[in-house]
Design a protein around this ligand. Sequence first.
Ligand code: AKB
Length: 316
Amino acid sequence: MKKVLVTGAVGQIGSELTMVLREKYGNDNVIATGHRSKPSEKLLNSGPFQFINCSDIKTVEEVVKKNDIGTIYHLAALLSAVAEERPQLAWDVNMNGLYNVLEVAREHNCAVCTPSSIGAFGPSTPVDNTPQDTIQRPNTMYGVTKVAGELLCDYYYKRFGVDTRGLRYPGIISYETLPGGGTTDYAVEIFYEAIKNKKYTCFLKQGTYLDMMYMPDAISSAINLMEADPAKLIHRNAFNVTAMSIDPEDMANEIRKTIPDFTMDYKVDPVRQAIADSWPNNMDDSAATEEWGWKPEYNLEAMTKDMIEKLTIKLK
Ligand code: AKB
């Protein structure tokens, strides 16, 4: 079989997606790549790993040619809060990195899956039941790169026939690898602090509703989308997908069902609050359901129970 390449394999989603892909397709058939961060022993010991720099097309082409790659999961990107701090770097990593991956995919006949985000929407987008096709005028550098990325992927599909597919991910909650510099990171931090210290200071204010999803659903959505029958895909880049719409209080209340003395207060970070305020409260993901059968397994209750169980063992 043609092999699978994962960029950003050391990151929050990449580190777990790589392991699931290795289980599915065989360890040696999934090449994990990272830029600078140290890969975990688990990642290193379970299959091939290589350092590349997606902003340097030669390193991308080399790994694709050497390993006879057929599908690229391109996850290397800066998240929203870091992108707002370092917009020039965000453009380079998120846009030039994607452009290089698409060019290599065009030359070497690879399919490409790359995530977009709720960040691809902006203040003029309808906030409730946000449609699949709607206004996308984000006011953050992250959002600009996500909308441009969606358009570029559609262009490569239409103009060159590159099989590009993508998901507009909400905040992803997981216990394996921490997210780095996102606006939805509170939804992960809250679990670490609840288990370690029974208290958490939240950087987004009460009433900030955002879409979220547990990692197993994020992974299955990417794999199922890539395995979907192309004849059924009306949309490609990128599908709204969500599993729950919650605010920090909903999360804290759910955690209290297991940790009753957990307390939370607020110290709002104006930068991340402004970003969150420009994003939808909840998206309509019916196009994903209709076109390739998207259905999340974890709601708030199931996710919280599993997160607390798994993270408690990890933090022991
Ligand atoms: C972020 O907060 O930047 C990401 C995202 C929703 O894209 N988690």
